[in-house]
Design a protein around this ligand. Structure first.
Ligand SMILES: Cc1cc2nc3c(=O)[nH]c(=O)nc-3n(C[C@H](O)[C@H](O)[C@H](O)COP(=O)(O)OP(=O)(O)OC[C@H]3O[C@@H](n4cnc5c(N)ncnc54)[C@H](O)[C@@H]3O)c2cc1C
Length: 398
């Protein structure tokens, strides 16, 4: 089979679905191919995000559990930051992604599941289409623009020679579980070597009886298997699992996330990279869903407009400028904090979490969301003249 489209989107995660929706709304003829047998069939994320950002993106409260409080647990220390109103949330990942898929389909994009993109077509170094195996047989799509939203694998960009494999990345394993009793308004991060040699563990609640418990590990610093570590944490009932009562796994989630900052080049003639494929993720708490949706929409809009200009690199640069000016410096600062965090010993962690103790919720959220403007950091250092906040200031801005 051979078909012709303006835009082929590779990957049905939040970036690809958002790009497909906007490109179709802007009048482009769009096809999206997802290799799994359903949208959000394999969950590769813990789904923590921020309510204000989700509202701006039209993800309403039916799709998340609101979170007011944040707890950090180190081997011999514990910091609890309590907020009056919920500011963070844990997403119903399947519900949210299926919603994004409905929007893309409603806007007129053609969606194909169980459709694995296995190769690209190119002519004189320019990408001209993709080849996929689909339930209806082998498919060749000829198109003016390919949007690579294939996540960590950056499938198309690597085949086109625009991107290399990520060298620094996180790998995470998580069970979504039944538990007898969780605090549904508090998410918890656990740090120190018992939880993860180079990373952290977490408990993210979806309700009083349903939580995501996971372990993330940074490569290349550690080669440990996050699933083994997760079983250890569950078996030993490490704090705070000791207060959850009975725990029964319902789903296993596993995934990879780039952790080395942004890709330098995210556009070339006939090609855009978006979402994890472009490295658009905050390495501090491994979060990228909001960026994937936001920049997926920008990619879709710029991509649709570029068709008249044969999707030349010049016509796509607007996309690259837009997303880099929004987050490049934040991600660079977050990488600095993350590089420091990944090497800490248990004793260091006991001290390090003191940085967070006296922060207001707003300050904490700016920090954890990687909202590190110079003005905000200056204000933080002035409000907290103690050593800990100074360390943070130096870490981010130097
Ligand atoms: C352990 C872990 C925990 C995380 N926790 C959070 C969190 O709490 N909050 C947060 O915001 N972010 C979190 N993230 C990051 C977040 O999941 C990503 O930033 C986000 O999913 C990026 O979206 P995406 O659309 O770019 O990629 P993905 O969500 O990875 O989607 C890519 C899609 O492309 C498909 N695909 C890949 N190759 C092909 C191919 N050849 N052909 C067709 N389809 C293909 C895949 O099947 C997949 O559906 C976490 C990541 C990990 C690994």
């Amino acid at each position: 089979m051979e078909e012709k489209y303006d835009i082929a989107v590779v990957g049905g995660g939040p970036a690809g679905l958002s790009a497909a929706m906007t490109a179709a709304q802007k009048g482009a003829k769009v096809i999206l191919l997802e290799k799994d047998e359903a949208i959000a069939h394999s969950v590769r994320t813990s789904g923590v995000s921020w309510i204000s950002e989700m509202e701006k993106l039209g993800i309403t409260k039916q799709f998340y559990n609101p979170i007011s409080n944040f707890q950090f647990i180190s081997p011999s220390n514990d910091v609890f930051i309590s907020g009056e109103t919920p500011r963070s949330c844990v997403l119903d990942v399947k519900g949210t992604y299926q919603h994004l898929a409905m929007l893309a389909a409603g806007a007129g994009a053609k969606l194909m599941v169980k459709s694995n993109v296995i190769n690209i077509k190119s002519d004189s170094g320019r990408i001209t289409g993709i080849k996929a195996s689909t339930p209806a047989g082998d498919l060749t799509v000829n198109c003016t623009l390919v949007i690579d939203a294939s996540g960590f694998s950056s499938t198309v960009a690597r085949k086109a020679g625009l991107a290399n494999e990520w060298k620094r990345y996180g790998v995470g394993a998580e069970y979504e579980c039944y538990c007898d009793s969780a605090d549904s308004q508090t998410w918890m991060l656990m740090v120190g070597r018992r939880y993860s040699e180079a990373g952290y563990a977490w408990v993210f609640p979806l309700s009083k009886n349903r939580v995501r418990i996971g372990v993330g590990i940074g490569r290349p610093e550690s080669q440990a298997d996050p699933l083994e570590k997760l079983h250890f944490v569950l078996e030993k009932r490490l704090k705070p699992l000791d207060v959850l009562g009975k725990i029964q796994p319902l789903e296993l989630h596993y995934g990879f996330i780039p952790n080395e900052g942004l890709r330098q080049a995210t556009v070339s003639d006939g090609l855009i990279l978006v979402g994890d494929s472009a490295g658009q993720a905050n390495p501090l708490v491994l979060e990228g869903i909001r960026y994937a949706i936001e920049f997926g929409r920008v990619a879709g809009e710029v991509g649709a407009k570029s068709i008249a200009a044969n999707a030349s690199k010049d016509s796509l640069l607007e996309y690259e400028k837009a997303w880099k000016s929004r987050i490049a410096s934040k991600i660079a600062s977050a990488v600095k904090v993350q590089s420091r965090w990944i090497g800490l010993s248990d004793q260091d962690w006991d001290k390090e979490i003191e940085i967070l103790r006296n922060m207001t919720v707003d300050e904490f959220l700016d920090f954890i969301k990687a909202d590190f403007s110079a003005a905000k950091m200056m204000k933080l250092a002035l409000h907290h003249p103690g050593l800990a906040a100074r360390q943070l200031f130096n870490m981010v801005l130097k």
